[in-house]
Design a protein around this ligand. Structure first.
Ligand code: NAD
Ligand code: MLT
Length: 525
């Protein structure tokens, strides 16, 4: 039975979908480290929010894991690189909490602007402190929005309703997307210097880590306030606390932290004019239900129908297309298996060329890699990690679609190079689903690639078939097919011999000793 581990709290609505699908659900929203390791080791699917850290160590032990679902947007709690290496698909559910995060941003901005948290704390501590808590209107103020994706845009819509002027910055978005009168795109320095409020809506990346450090914070207006409902680590927390305490800026509202839960010794806790919330951006009933329902449906559809939605690390998104081209994929995988068995030394480069009615070379080429690597490791190899495995081994990899006419309805030509030279095998799918090898090293053949085979290159002189047949017969090997190919102006020939059973090393050595035989390889596909 398919096992699904849910190791963070998610709404019942999603769990019901998994139950209806008949999965074995392990719901443990607060496991200890040891429990998590034990639970992960035999699960097929794993659903988390931001609480569970899916580390490389946990992934290495999770031998049955096929898919990780993140109920929400940020995947910084998942070691994506290791998941990819292990062939585990990671998907998120990015839309379910957009509105909640945008509304929380507006709530933080308004509360900060009117000192609501300070007023509340004052009253509960017996103070009635009106004169020290004079705030600002938002109307007419400049809001600088960094990150113009889903949440940034929803924040903009709401800020327009508050009659704010909007500046935006996103290195991947250009002005055409917005009416310049309403949202003016500027560079990062201009946004930093001119905004009255700055709100962050980008992921934590190498390029955004500590983007707001002491230097950048000092470039803000002294009356400006900053809001972070995106990710901890984009603002340097120590630098922010210092800037607030020294009135370098007027306030900060922070929902996300470098390390969560926030340590009570963090300098942010006692910083001036700060408003802190414990990662509440997505904490609404609507968002909890939305992400739970969304991710559980995605996981169910993937497990039952191989349907992919919002994959983070899958080079191919159209799984329906993969089903349609299954015969080509199987052929390519077979070519990979054959070429790996023909190779005498490590593969240095791979190139796959597709002709005829094949419309996309990438999945075909990845399938070839899957075949090439199939005996290399006991880790699973699939579309997620085949390219990465090639890269890690320094194997250069290319693929192309070629429109030149060929004498087959479709043709896949795969080359690998090794220190010994190039190996080329080509195949075609006859009819709808009959795979054939049609070329081996330039020799035209017509081989149904299945079972045990001998690939023999020999001098094109009389008597070779007889000698080979005799040796195999003496060794008790029953020949099923003997396919010979000759090419004009060539003094060698290529044979593919299919047989029942297996040929032992001794017999293989006797074949290699036949004078006329140049190369002989036993293959299995
Ligand atoms: P998104 O992918 O739709 O948008 C992110 C945008 O950031 C993209 O447009 C991207 O081009 C931009 N970007 C990348 N690098 C940038 C840079 N250096 N400067 C400016 N922009 C840059 O993501 P989203 O759904 O809008 O989410 C935004 C962030 O909010 C994510 O980090 C997400 O994890 C976080 N989030 C937090 C909460 C919460 O509970 N606090 C809830 C939901 C999402
Ligand atoms: C997200 O990235 O989706 C949010 O931070 C909310 C969450 O962690 O659940």
């Amino acid at each position: 039975m398919v096992k699904v581990l849910v190791s963070d709290p998610i709404a019942d609505k999603g769990i019901e979908i998994l139950e209806e699908a008949g999965f074995d659900i392990v719901y443990n929203p607060n496991p200890s480290d040891d429990e998590l390791q034990a639970l992960a080791s035999d699960t097929n699917a794993w659903i988390v929010r931001s609480g569970t850290k899916i580390t490389a160590e946990l992934l290495k032990d999770a031998r049955n894991l096929q898919v990780i679902g993140r109920a929400g947007v940020g995947v910084d709690n998942i070691d994506i690189k290791e998941a990819t290496n292990q062939g585990v698909i990671v998907m998120n559910n990015p839309d379910g909490n957009t509105i909640s995060a945008a509304e929380h941003t507006i709530a933080m901005m308004m509360a900060l602007s009117r000192n609501i948290q300070l007023g509340h704390m004052g009253i509960v501590n017996g103070e009635w402190n009106r004169s020290n808590l004079v705030g600002n209107e938002l109307k007419g103020k400049i809001l600088g929005v960094l990150g113009l994706g889903r949440i940034g845009r929803e924040v903009i819509k709401r800020a327009i309703g508050l009659e704010m002027k909007i500046m935006g910055y996103d290195p991947f978005v250009n002005q055409d997307v917005f009416d310049q009168e309403t949202v003016t795109l500027v560079d990062l320095d201009t946004l930093t210097q001119e905004s009255d409020y700055i709100t962050l809506h980008m992921p934590l990346l190498d390029s955004t880590k500590n983007l707001f450090n002491a230097e950048r914070i000092a470039a803000m207006k002294s009356s400006a306030r900053i809001i972070n409902v995106a990710r901890g680590g984009i603002i340097d927390e120590a630098d922010l606390a210092q800037a607030l305490n020294n009135d370098i800026i007027a306030g900060a509202a922070i929902d996300v932290f470098e390390s969560e839960p926030l340590d009570m010794n963090s300098p942010l806790i006692k910083a001036k004019n700060i408003l802190l919330t414990p990662h509440l951006g997505a904490s609404t009933h609507e968002a909890s239900e939305g992400v739970s329902f969304g991710i559980c449906r995605q996981i169910r559809d993937f497990i039952l129908d191989e349907k992919l939605s919002n994959p983070i690390n899958m080079p191919i998104t159209d799984m329906a297309q993969l089903k349609q081209i299954k015969p080509f994929l199987e052929l390519a995988e077979t070519l990979g298996k054959i070429e790996m068995q023909l190779a005498e030394s490590p593969v240095k480069s791979v190139s796959v060329e597709c002709f005829g009615n094949i419309e996309d070379s990438k999945p075909i080429a990845l399938s070839f890699l899957i075949g090439l690597f199939h005996d290399m490791t006991d880790n699973r190899i699939n579309f997620v990690n085949a390219g990465v495995i090639a890269e890690e081994r320094g194997i250069s990899f290319s693929h192309s679609l070629n429109t030149e006419p060929v004498s087959f309805a479709n043709l896949i030509v795969a080359h690998i190079t090794t220190d010994e030279g190039t190996i080329e095998v080509a195949g075609s799918v006859f009819g709808d689903q009959h795979p054939r090898i049609v070329d081996i090293m330039g020799y035209e053949v017509d081989v149904r690639p299945k079972g045990n085979m001998l690939f023999v290159q020999n001098k094109d002189v009389p008597g070779v078939i007889g000698k080979v047949g005799m040796l195999l017969g003496e060794g008790g090997v029953n020949i099923a097919e003997y396919l010979l190919s000759r090419t004009p102006n060539n003094d060698s020939a290529y044979s593919v011999i299919k047989f029942d059973g297996e040929i032992n090393e001794e017999l293989l050595e006797s074949l290699k000793k036949v004078d006329e035989i140049l190369t002989v390889k036993q293959l299995h596909v």
